[in-house]
Write a protein that binds this ligand. Structure first.
Ligand code: SF4
Length: 269
């Protein structure tokens, strides 16, 4: 099964800019950006970021306000401040040696730590994201297993000689063939080894009243993003979202350290 996945990956790998490097800083930047933003939107922003701050020392020397300005449009702005905080720690103390050490960096969870360890350091760990969980669950027939068991199986499957390629391969397989709502088992390189081939169980779709998401424009996140973008451009705060929503967004942003409030004055940190 491992050989089949890696052979498929060697032929079909998506050529993404962060896959051409083993620089832990570049990998960390890409992983922070990719946490909640799509690949196509991240790619040009990743390259611009590295041009502006090519290493961890350059980023550590930047101001939080500059970091937030550069981040505008990627969303979930707290990621930018956490990435900056990581750069400050690493610039001061050096890179941790492994995934366990990376976990101690600000805002770095198990997935991001494993991704940097596998892609930059070649550590034999699984970067267990939703795609990898889905593929491993289906291939190993673990639909009814607890998450801990799926994660343990994911780690056990990583081949010792190609941990980076393996993790990228499972992400690609989950993103293009073994998807949440469709599974193209006929085109799948591991169908022969898969416990679920041709009989995938799909989770029910969310419907209104069944956990459906509100429109993005109706969320606080939308207002928060508008506020940060306005401050980054030096524009007035958005006035068309309603005073109450604006106030709530400003309070949340101030609480998260994304803006500084001084009376009526609001600015980036
Ligand atoms: S055979 Fe089907 S269910 Fe199994 S990994 Fe491939 S696409 Fe997913």
């Amino acid at each position: 099964m491992q050989d089949a996945v890696l052979r498929w990956y060697d032929e079909h790998a998506r050529d993404l800019p962060w896959r051409r490097t083993r620089d832990p800083y570049a990998v960390l930047v890409s992983e922070f950006m990719l946490q909640q933003t799509q690949v196509a939107r991240v790619a040009p922003r990743f390259e611009a970021w590295l041009e502006r701050w090519p290493d961890v020392h350059a980023l550590a020397a930047a101001t939080p306000a500059d970091v937030l300005r550069e981040w505008v449009g990627l969303g979930y702005n707290r990621r930018a401040l956490r990435l900056h905080a990581c750069a400050e720690v690493v610039a001061r103390e050096g890179w941790p040696a492994d995934a366990a050490g990376l976990r101690a960096l600000p805002g770095v969870g198990p997935y991001t730590a494993a991704a940097v360890a596998a892609f930059a350091f070649g550590e034999v760990v699984a970067a267990v994201d939703v795609n990898q969980i889905r593929v491993v669950t289906r291939v190993c027939g673990l639909d009814d297993a607890p998450p801990r068991e799926v994660t343990a199986r994911a780690h056990a499957l990583v081949p010792a000689d190609r941990p980076a390629a393996w993790n990228h391969a499972l992400m690609d397989l989950g993103a293009t063939i073994c998807r949440a709502r469709t599974a193209d088992c006929a085109a799948c390189p591991v169908a022969r080894h898969c416990a679920s081939a041709g009989r995938v169980r799909f989770a029910p779709r969310a419907t209104p009243g069944n956990g459906a998401r509100p429109r993005f424009e109706d969320t606080d996140r939308y207002v928060r993003g508008r506020v940060i973008a306005a401050l980054a451009r030096g524009d007035a705060l958005p006035s068309d979202v309603g005073a109450e929503r604006l106030e709530r967004a400003l309070n949340g942003l101030a609480r998260d350290g994304l803006v500084v409030r001084d009376g009526d004055d609001v600015r980036l940190p």
